[in-house]
Structure formats: structure tokens, C-alpha cells
Design a protein around this ligand. Structure first.
Ligand code: UD1
Length: 448
């Protein structure tokens, strides 16, 4: 299906300073696809999902659904999901531990089956990532939730079989907690109000998918969601929105290589903060149509401060890529990460390439320079892996990036898309005992 989840021994060899040109097609949004797949559990009939990206994370979510007894078939970007016969209510630890988003099945599984047993996903490379907002919200809706031996056991007590509508205020506009609680509320008895809800486009996409199945949700895309529960939801066919983070990554690829690029499909409004900051950094982004943008690079890359925030603020998932761009700016930029507590680990890798970045707490001061030099680097998480590819595109010489399992989780054929636009990137399949200097080359195309 997609790149191997065991891509640990492979590397990308990126030869920098080659201009890009032409058009890049943007895939369906990973974060929408994953949660909409979880959302199919709400429905007792088959659903067809379109524009599903070909990613290791999607394979893992499909594996979680399959383990629950759901029939999942994939053809090209179309996923048929038949959750009519759910046979298990326990998600397997082996998969949840690898795919944090699979914890999000707890809401729909509990609402539909009255019971769900989901292992705690644990922390990850970017932070501790607790789930207490999910748990407290489900408890407010009448669920009995216990955490025992690393697993969250949730059930609806008594004989009523349905969660109860509730008024929930989220201490923080968590994307995952908003999605968990919104899904749970679609089948609850009565009205649920989620205040201080996340407004990310992927949350709205999930709400629109639930509405297409017959859910009653108001306030989509705002801080206050009102959900009136219905007894059951029906089959639907639904297309996932384009991936705004993948699109933003390609915009920065254009800016860092001083290249003109067009991208589609995109929803330009979803890229608002990224486009504003790219303009501040000297590039122009033209909105060519409702689903197409053009990046026009500036003469120089200007220093630009960013602070990551919940949507519509600057996305944390674009912080590392924007930092790559700032390493080649002609001044100092301050990058402040407020969403995750440990999301600056890529700084050390950029510095290996000759960047000058100092970290103080959750802030990074990037002293821009005109030159990065290619070096062996290690991807530290998913978005950092894309950022290192971008730095490699802008660097002199060759960058060899390992840790490709991060990249393959969430980018559909990144190196192939960039290569088709003119980049010089080769995926090299290695052996576990080899180092980047003695791996054997293979062509890019067949590795997917
Ligand atoms: C989702 C995205 C991820 C993105 C993030 C923020 C998916 C699959 N992943 O992750 O790519 O970076 O939104 O835009 O959609 N928090 C708590 N308690 C909770 C829940 C969250 O303290 O119960 C904290 C987290 O630790 C983090 C912050 O809230 O510091 C934001 O997390 P959240 O919005 O929940 O992110 P995810 O849904 O995990």
C-alpha cells in the first residue's frame, strides 16, 4: 500500500540548491482521514471515504478498525468501511502505542457499543500528550471511566445504553478531545454543548462527515459546538479535505529554493496564518482560485517571528518547516512553541547543517545566514522530518536524512512529489547494519 512502516534503515539523499518548478498535487488531510475513519464506528452501515492519503498512519488506523471487527477495503484513494458487525470493544495496544490518534476511537466506540477499552497512548517525541480532557468530557456525559493497568475502561452504566448530553468546557481547545466528545455526543440522549472547542479545519471536516451521516451539529468551525444526539446514523460517502500541512510544507519548499510553484487542491483559508507569515518573510502567495495557490519567491528571505497557537493561529505542525526557512533568512527570528512542550528537538539537526539556533525554554532564536551545508541528519518526529528535507533542498551539498519511519507516517510520497517538481532526492534502501555512507542506492519511484 504505502511506504514500509519499517523504513528505519532507509535514508533520503537530498542534493540541495536545485530549483523547483511546476505544479504539485496535494493529498487528502492525514489528520482528517484518521479521525473520520474512527468516526465511521458511529454508523451501523457501510461508508465510503474518498481522498484518503496513502500513509502508514492510515494503514495503522485501518488495522485498529479491523481488530474491532470492521471490514476495511482500500482501492486507490477510496476506503470502504463497513462497521455493521463490531465484534470487539478493545483496541490492541501494539497499534495504539504506534498511532496516538487511534485513541480517538474511544468516543464513537463507547457511544455506539456502550463500552470501550482503549490502551493509553502514552507520550511521544513532542510531548507527554495526556488525555484527561477526553476522559473528563466522557465522564460529564455519564460514562463510567476507569484507568487500570494502562488501559482506559469506559462504559455507560445502567440499562439506558446511551450517553447523556452535557455542557462541557474544555480547559484547552484540544483537537483530539473536541473530536472525541463531538463524536460521542452525536449518539447521546439530548443536547451537548462543547465550549472552548478546537476550531481546526480537521475538526470541522469530522463534523461535516458526521452531519453527512445524519448527526445534528451546529457551530461547526467555531469555539462552541452544539450537538443534539440522534438514535442512529446512516451510511454516507464523504471526501476528505486537502492537507493544509502538506500544502504549507510545499509552499516553504518553493520559498526556500526561490522557486515558483503552484499547488492544488487546497483550501486557501485553511492556510491563512502560513500565507501571512510567508508574505512577511518576503514571498508572495497568490490565490489563483478557490482551490489553487501559487508561491512566488522573494529576492531575499526576511526574518520573521512566529508563535504556534491553536487554529486559526500558526499551526504547530508547520513550526519546524518554517524554522528551516528562517535559517536562511537575513536576520534574527524568534520562534515560540506554545502547543507542545518538547517540539524543538529538530534544532540540533539544523545546527548540524550549519544553522545558528539557540533554544531557551519553548523559544528558539534563529540567527539566519545565507548558507546551510548538507550533512547527515536524523528525523526526530514527523514534521521535523519534512523540515529537514526542506533544509536539505536549500543547503549546499548533500544531506542524508535517516529516521524515515517518521516521514512515511504522514507524507504521501513526499520525495516523489518534490522530485517531479525538480528536486534531486533519492530514497536509498539500507540494511540494518549499514550506515548512510555504505547503503546501496535504489531508484525513488519503486519504493512506494
Ligand atoms: C492533533 C493533531 C496534531 C497537531 C495537534 C495540535 C491529529 C491526529 N493530530 O493532535 O498533528 O499537532 O492536534 O494542532 O489530529 N492536551 C492536554 N490534555 C488532553 C488533550 C491535550 O493537556 O486531554 C494538550 C496536549 O498535551 C498538547 C495540547 O493539549 O500540549 C494540544 O493537543 P491536542 O490539540 O489535543 O492535539 P492532538 O489532538 O493530540
Amino acid at each position: 500500500m504505502s511506504n514500509s512502516p519499517e523504513a528505519d534503515d532507509s535514508v533520503l539523499e537530498i542534493r540541495g540548491q536545485h530549483p523547483l518548478s511546476g505544479h504539485i498535487k496535494v493529498s487528502g488531510a492525514k489528520n482528517s482521514a484518521l479521525v473520520v475513519m474512527a468516526g465511521t464506528l458511529l454508523c451501523s452501515q457501510a461508508c465510503r471515504l474518498r481522498n484518503i492519503p496513502d500513509l502508514v498512519d492510515v494503514e495503522r488506523m485501518a488495522a485498529v478498525l479491523t481488530a474491532l471487527g470492521v471490514k476495511v477495503t482500500k482501492e486507490a484513494d477510496c476506503l470502504d468501511v463497513d462497521p455493521s458487525d463490531i465484534s470487539h470493544t478493545r483496541a490492541p495496544y501494539e497499534i495504539v502505542s504506534k498511532l496516538r490518534a487511534s485513541f480517538f476511537v474511544i468516543g464513537p466506540l463507547l457511544a455506539r457499543m456502550g463500552v470501550a477499552r482503549i490502551p493509553l497512548p502514552g507520550g511521544c517525541a513532542i510531548g507527554a500528550r495526556p488525555v484527561e480532557l477526553h476522559v473528563r468530557g466522557l465522564q460529564a456525559m455519564g460514562a463510567d471511566v476507569q484507568i487500570e493497568h494502562g488501559t482506559v475502561h469506559a462504559c455507560i452504566p445502567g440499562t439506558r445504553g446511551r450517553l447523556q448530553g452535557a455542557k462541557i468546557y474544555l480547559d484547552y481547545p484540544s483537537v483530539g478531545a473536541t473530536e472525541t466528545l463531538m463524536m460521542a455526543a452525536t449518539l447521546a440522549d439530548g443536547e451537548t454543548i462543547i465550549d472552548n472547542a478546537a476550531q481546526e479545519p480537521e475538526v470541522a471536516d469530522l463534523a461535516n462527515f458526521c452531519r453527512a451521516m445524519g448527526a445534528r451539529i451546529r457551530g461547526v468551525g467555531t469555539k462552541t459546538l452544539t450537538i443534539v444526539g440522534v438514535p442512529s446514523l446512516h451510511s454516507t460517502e464523504y471526501a476528505i479535505i486537502p492537507d493544509r500541512i502538506e500544502a504549507g510544507t510545499f509552499l516553504i519548499a518553493g520559498a526556500i529554493t526561490r522557486s515558483t510553484l503552484t499547488l492544488s487542491p487546497v483550501v486557501p483559508e485553511h492556510l491563512g496564518a502560513v500565507i501571512a507569515k510567508l508574505r512577511e518573510a518576503g514571498s508572495d502567495v497568490q490565490i489563483e482560485s478557490h482551490n489553487r495557490v501559487r508561491l512566488l519567491p522573494g529576492e531575499e528571505i526576511l526574518p520573521t517571528d512566529i508563535q504556534t497557537l491553536p487554529y486559526p493561529g500558526f499551526p504547530t505542525d508547520m513550526q519546524a518547516q518554517f524554522m528551516a526557512l528562517m535559517t536562511l533568512s537575513n536576520g534574527n527570528s524568534l520562534i515560540t512553541e506554545t502547543v507542545f512542550e518538547n517540539r524543538l528537538r529538530h534544532v540540533a539537526e539544523f545546527n548540524r547543517m550549519g544553522a545558528n539556533i539557540r533554544v531557551n525554554g519553548n523559544c528558539a532564536v534563529v540567527q539566519g545566514s545565507s548558507i546551510l551545508s548538507g550533512a547527515p541528519v536524523m528525523a526526530t518526529d514527523l514534521r521535523a522530518s519534512a523540515a529537514l528535507v526542506l533544509a536539505g533542498l536549500g543547503a549546499h551539498g548533500t544531506t542524508v536524512m535517516s529516521g524515515l519511519h517518521h516521514l512515511d507516517r504522514g507524507y504521501e510520497r513526499l520525495e516523489r512529489k518534490l522530485t517531479q517538481a525538480g528536486a534531486r532526492i533519492t530514497r536509498i534502501d539500507g540494511q540494518s547494519s549499514t550506515s548512510p555512507s555504505d547503503v546501496t542506492h535504489s531508484t525513488v519511484q519503486p519504493s512506494h
